[in-house]
Each structure stands twice: as structure tokens, then as C-alpha cells.
Design a protein around this ligand. Structure first.
Ligand SMILES: Cc1ncc(C[n+]2csc(CCOP(=O)(O)OP(=O)(O)O)c2C)c(N)n1
Length: 372
């Protein structure tokens, strides 16, 4: 086990000038240490992992120092283009070090969305010709930074579950919103019509929705749980809404996911689906992977939606405001964005879906067939 302080110090001493990335539960302790230790200008939680590669490239151009780009292996896909067409030796040859949380490592039990990603993580790095080590000793950090500088190209540190020792975040994000995400979710589900369908985002929101349906004995056929593919739920909902005009299609989004691919909003709006309702559960954090802050409350999310062309936007914080907004929704034609400002909280005993993604898809498609 590597102590996060030693890892951080090894990175800084070997010349890493900036930390940027998207948090991951396997990197939770490391990210917490960076949040508490690096100054605000030198730690940037990015919109998506490709965004972080861009920031790292800019940092190198301006300073000659490499940056560390941290991510879950799910985020590798978001980095492929800037790694190969910007940082690669055959283009601008820009050194940086990737720190990649290896979810779904073969032989280690993990959720379905991580299995294939885990199987191909090392092969993806091989295909991109990025030299990597699976981190076991702190000295490997120094070597990988030196290698990035010597090759003037990206190198990687692959992080297994349990690699880093524990660390408790001192500067944890906090907000004063009265309702938890799960309480707000219950209010929304209370206001749904029988035929409404939901596409819910990656992380604990989908797990809470699954448990709520179980508790209410309602089945899961109305819900598509986007267990992976963070940031794409509203696009999935758009694809459905356009083909199912007779029913309301909801996207239940998180702020981290919303920010990850905000361009999707303009595309959603450009099609003007009258049956499209985008509910953003904004807690200003990546709560599902450790509560690291997002820019959720610095952004005018309803302003972005209106400027993108959504027909109506609403924002609510208290239970009364949420109920009133949900009642208004009954009379509003989409596309609508409803922002629900919620606390950073989840239950310790929150379970995971007990059905497989394929079962979820089949039940959902069966429901869609009934009204198409
Ligand atoms: C491309 C990608 N990057 C990172 C992750 C890891 N991840 C899973 S859930 C999550 C946080 C989601 O935050 P948000 O949308 O704000 O929802 P919250 O958990 O706060 O409700 C992250 C970063 C991922 N699944 N996919």
C-alpha cells in the first residue's frame, strides 16, 4: 500500500506542476490529498478527461513542466483523441503522466459497466503506445515522470483497487440545501405519470432509483439506468423522446455528468422535443465517487439550458419549491430543464441494481414497444 502523501510528494519532486482530472472512487484518497494540499490554481477538476489532457498540454506549453492527469479507466475513451492527436510524439509531443484507476481488473469482482473496460485497459494503453506501470512502489512514480519528460510524451500509472492508503478529506464540499438527492428523487417519482419513462445518470442516483422502485413494487421497466457512459443520459433520452412522442421522457442527470458533455444540451434543444424533461439533481459535487467539488453551483445551469434553446427552465431548492415546480411541469411543453438543488449525501447502506444491464434494457424496450 502506498501512502498518498508520499505519492504526491514523489510527483511534485519529479517535476509535476499541475494536477487535473475527473475523480474516481479508486483514486478517492489520492484525490482527497491533492484537494487538501495543492493550491487552487494547480488542481483543476476537469469537465471530462479529454478536457484534463488539454489543460495538461497547455500547462506544459506555458511552463515546460508535465501535469498529472487522473481518471477512472472509464475516462480513457474521453482522452483518446487529445492523447493521439495532440500529445502524441507524432504530433506535438507533449509529456504528461496519466494516473488511471483500474476498475474491473480481471479477477477482481466489479460492476458490469467496468468489466470490459477493465479487461481492455492495458491493451488500450498498448494500442496507444503509452508506456505504463501498474503502481506498486512509490519509486515507480519518479521513473514514469522522468520517462514522460525523456520521451516528451504521455506515460501512465495504473492504479489497482487498494493501492493507496486511506486519507480523509479535510476540505470536504458542503452545501446547505435541505433535501438529499434521494429525497428529491422520491418527490419527482411521486409526480410521474404511468407511462413516463426515465433515463437516469451514472452513479448513485440510478442506484437510488432502483431501490425506490423495489420498495414501491413498481418494477424497473420504466427506467433505463445508465450505469456507465457518464454524461450521455440526456442524449439517450433525446433518442427515445423523438421516437415516442406520445409519452414523456425524463432524463435524471447529475451535475458532474451534465458538465461532462454540456454540448448535448444544444443538440437536445435543437430537436425541440415537446416530451423531453431534463431533471438535474445538482449537489455541486461528484458525490458518487467521494464528494469532490464540481462547478455545479458556479454555473447558471438554467441559463445555459435557456441559451441552448430549452423552452422552459425551473430551479427549486426546498421541498415546497420542488413540488410546485413538478406541478408546473404538468403544463409545460419540453424541452424543459428542472434543476433541483440538493445536499451532498447518500445512504451508507445503498445497494446496487440486482438486475443485469441486459435485463434492464429488455424490460425497458418492452415497455417502449407497448406504446410505440
Ligand atoms: C467517463 C467517466 N469518468 C468518470 C467516471 C467515474 N464516476 C462515476 S459517477 C461519478 C460522479 C458523478 O457525479 P454527478 O453527475 O455530479 O452525480 P452525483 O454522484 O453527485 O449524484 C464519476 C466521476 C465515470 N463513470 N465515467
Amino acid at each position: 500500500m502506498i501512502d498518498v502523501k508520499s505519492a504526491y510528494e514523489a510527483l511534485v519532486q519529479s517535476g509535476i506542476g499541475l494536477f487535473t482530472g475527473v475523480p474516481d472512487s479508486l483514486l478517492k484518497n489520492f484525490c482527497a490529498y491533492v484537494t487538501d494540499t495543492a493550491d487552487r490554481r494547480h488542481h483543476i477538476i476537469a469537465a471530462n478527461e479529454g478536457n484534463a489532457v488539454g489543460i495538461a498540454a497547455g500547462h506544459y506549453l506555458a511552463t515546460g513542466h508535465p501535469a498529472l492527469v487522473y481518471m477512472q479507466n472509464s475516462g480513457l475513451g474521453n482522452t483518446v483523441n487529445p492523447l493521439l492527436s495532440l500529445a502524441d510524439e507524432k504530433v506535438y509531443s507533449i509529456p504528461m503522466v496519466l494516473m488511471i484507476g483500474w476498475r474491473g481488473e480481471p479477477g477482481v469482482h466489479d460492476e458490469p459497466q467496468h468489466v470490459k473496460q477493465g479487461e481492455v485497459t492495458l491493451a488500450l494503453l498498448d494500442a496507444m503506445q503509452i508506456p505504463y506501470v501498474v503502481l506498486e512502489r512509490v519509486e515507480q512514480i519518479t521513473t514514469q515522470v522522468a520517462l514522460a519528460m525523456q520521451r516528451k510524451a504521455p506515460t501512465a500509472l495504473v492504479i489497482r483497487k487498494g493501492t493507496f492508503g486511506s486519507y480523509k478529506l479535510r476540505n470536504a464540499s458542503h452545501n446547505d440545501n435541505p433535501l438529499s438527492r434521494e429525497e428529491a428523487l422520491k418527490l419527482v417519482v411521486d409526480h410521474l405519470r404511468k407511462d413516463d419513462v426515465i433515463v437516469s445518470t451514472t452513479g448513485k442516483l440510478s442506484r437510488e432509483l432502483f431501490e425506490l422502485r423495489e420498495a414501491r413494487h413498481e418494477g424497473h421497466g420504466h427506467d433505463f439506468l445508465t450505469v456507465g457512459s457518464m454524461g450521455h443520459s440526456s442524449s439517450i433520452a433525446l433518442g427515445i423522446a423523438l421516437e415516442q412522442p406520445a409519452r414523456r421522457v425524463f432524463c435524471f442527470d447529475g451535475d458532474g455528468a451534465f458538465i461532462m458533455h454540456t454540448g448535448a444540451l444544444g443538440i437536445n434543444a435543437s430537436m425541440q422535443p415537446g416530451n423531453f424533461y431534463h431533471v438535474l439533481f445538482n449537489n455541486g459535487a461528484h458525490e458518487s465517487v467521494g464528494g469532490q467539488p464540481t462547478i455545479g453551483f458556479q454555473l447558471d445551469t438554467t441559463g445555459i439550458a435557456s441559451a441552448s434553446g430549452y423552452r422552459h427552465t425551473l430551479s427549486a431548492t426546498t421541498a415546497d419549491e420542488m413540488v410546485s415546480a413538478l406541478q408546473q411541469l404538468e403544463h409545460l411543453e419540453g424541452p424543459v430543464l428542472l434543476e433541483l438543488r440538493v445536499a451532498i449525501h447518500s445512504r451508507d447502506d445503498l445497494g446496487r441494481p440486482t438486475t443485469t444491464p441486459i435485463e434492464n434494457k429488455e424490460a425497458f424496450m418492452e415497455e417502449l414497444r407497448m406504446k410505440s
